[in-house]
Each structure stands twice: as C-alpha cells, then as structure tokens.
Unconditional design. Structure first.
Length: 66
C-alpha cells in the first residue's frame, strides 16, 4: 500500500526498498512501523495516506508529480 502511494506521486523509480528482516538494528528500530519512507534524517512511518505523504514530501523539499 505505501509503495502504491509513492508510485501515485511519481516517485516509484526513486525508491530503494530495504528488507529489515536480517538487520537487527533496523528491525529493532522500525518493527511494526514499517514501511518507512526516509530521506536524510527525516522519515514518515506507516500508516500514512496520500495527503500526509504529499505534505511530508513538500516539507522536505522533494519534488513530485502526481
């Protein structure tokens, strides 16, 4: 679902998917809040909707094209 929202804003090809299952540090940090979208030190954790994603992108200066 989160990836579909990212695709809706035209950023599907810019996403790097990271499987946290084999990374104890990431699994401990994110656990049930995955999926997470992160740019630099800013992140948005699931659940989020399209409006929240768009606001987060705007606040972080990320250009997107729905």
């Amino acid at each position: 679902m989160a990836l579909e929202l990212i695709k809706q804003v035209g950023l599907g090809k810019q996403v790097e998917i990271v499987d946290i299952a084999f990374d104890d540090e990431l699994f401990s940090r994110y656990g049930v809040t995955i999926p997470v979208v992160k740019v630099d030190e800013s992140e948005i954790n699931w659940p989020f909707d399209i409006l929240q994603l768009q606001q987060w992108l705007t606040v972080n200066g990320i250009t997107y094209h729905p």
